[in-house]
Design a protein around this ligand. Structure first.
Ligand code: NAD
Length: 360
């Protein structure tokens, strides 16, 4: 059976990474019926928006998409396509595996952590009050009236909502993922000692949900302590579940533990659809140069294959990528001992090498 999947090449380095990824996915022998959809900076002139309606319509129909990165132009008035997709499709769980592969130059070996980041709430909810506006002044008065506490008049304010409902579904997602993938422990991350009614609620919810999963260990960590421990003893962590902002920061920390952005895959998953994409952005300065590492997007493709139920093909593709890494020959500049190593290959040559392993 062929899988109908929305393919969004994106902009910047997106199209070349997407092409490399499409080629290795097809080389697994799994059949795809791609619905290619354009989005991003390059289509604004034609559609008047970086996220044309057919893109969303396609994902609503196929329920699965793989996308290249998309630039968020600063000061253009357009909001991030990536954030908009997550919002429109309620892709509430951001899954980011951070796994070390033998051959990767990193300060750490053997790290294998899965980050489950809540994608819809917290300081990312986009509820903000600009300093000096009448709305900010009203809010400051309301807070003074209700709490007796005075916020400085020249403050800007961002709201941090965390709900029982949102916490419950993300923690449940983390435990289900742990169970399905034979993982032993879930760690909930928070700052409940300071933010008692937002992070405290997240922790309380996580503890309650954890009781329904007695086969998976559960613990919690305060976020500052967690970041120190990740740097000292990353091997002690397995699945981390975090509210949005901590999830964002800790994702990059963990990507750094396992070799950097060129190797950090991701998925945004909801009940109705899933969008697979690398953690990194569109690296515009390298666009069209056949230079950057396609492995993060390819590994996002591995996650997509698992999501589609193609576990055997996923394992084969992951092994092929791991074999190319272990050899260390056909890898991009970011994986070589020095950034100007003349033996570094380009994006498409990495795809050739992975396909050779798949077919060999
Ligand atoms: P970036 O991830 O695009 O690039 C930062 C640097 O990381 C690059 O200059 C490069 O040195 C390195 N890098 C990134 N990807 C790499 C790869 N595959 N191989 C090798 N090196 C790689 O981050 P940025 O410069 O902050 O963002 C550029 C644009 O991308 C912005 O407009 C941003 O909003 C957007 N962005 C999009 C997404 C997404 O589409 N999901 C995610 C993050 C950022």
């Amino acid at each position: 059976m062929s899988h109908r999947v929305t393919l969004i090449p994106g902009d910047g380095v997106g199209p070349e990474l997407s092409e490399a990824t499409r080629r290795v996915l097809e080389a697994t022998g799994v059949e795809f019926d791609w619905d290619v959809q354009e989005a991003g900076a390059d289509v604004v002139d034609r559609y008047g928006t970086p996220l044309p309606e057919p893109v969303l319509a396609s994902i609503r129909e196929t329920r699965v998409a793989i996308k290249g990165p998309i630039t968020t132009p600063v000061g253009s008035g357009f909001r991030s396509v990536n954030v908009a997709l997550r919002k429109e499709l309620d892709l509430y769980a951001c899954l980011r595996p951070c796994k070390w592969y033998p051959g990767v130059r990193s300060r750490y070996e053997g790290v294998d952590i899965v980050i489950v980041r809540e994608n819809t709430e917290d300081l990312y909810a986009g509820i903000e009050f600009e300093h000096g506006t009448p709305e900010a002044k009203d809010l400051i008065e309301l807070v003074a009236e209700k709490t007796g506490k005075r916020i400085r008049d020249d403050s800007g304010i961002s709201i941090k909502p965390i709900s029982v409902w949102g916490g419950e579904r993300i923690v449940r997602f983390a435990f289900e993922h742990a169970r399905r993938n034979g993982r032993r422990k879930v760690t909930a991350v928070h700052k409940a000692n300071i933010m008692k009614f937002s992070d405290g609620l997240f922790l309380e919810t996580a503890r309650r949900v954890a009781k329904g999963y007695p086969d998976v260990a559960f613990e919690d960590r305060i976020v500052d302590n967690l970041t120190m421990q990740l740097v000292q003893r990353p091997e002690e962590y397995d699945v981390l579940v975090l509210p949005n902002l901590y999830g964002d920061i800790v994702s990059d920390l963990c990507a750094g533990l396992v070799g950097g952005l060129g190797l950090a895959p991701g998925a945004n998953i909801g009940d109705e659809a899933a969008v697979f994409e690398a953690t990194h952005g569109s690296a515009p300065k390298y666009a069209g140069m056949n230079k950057v590492n396609p492995m993060a997007m390819m590994l996002s493709g591995v996650l997509m294959l698992r999501h589609l139920g193609e576990r055997e093909a996923a394992d084969r593709l992951e092994s092929a990528i791991a074999a190319v890494i272990a050899e260390g020959r056909s890898v991009t500049y970011d994986m070589k001992p020095t950034r100007d190593d003349p033996t570094a290959v380009g994006t498409s040559q990495v795809a050739d090498a992975v396909i050779e392993k798949l077919e060999g």
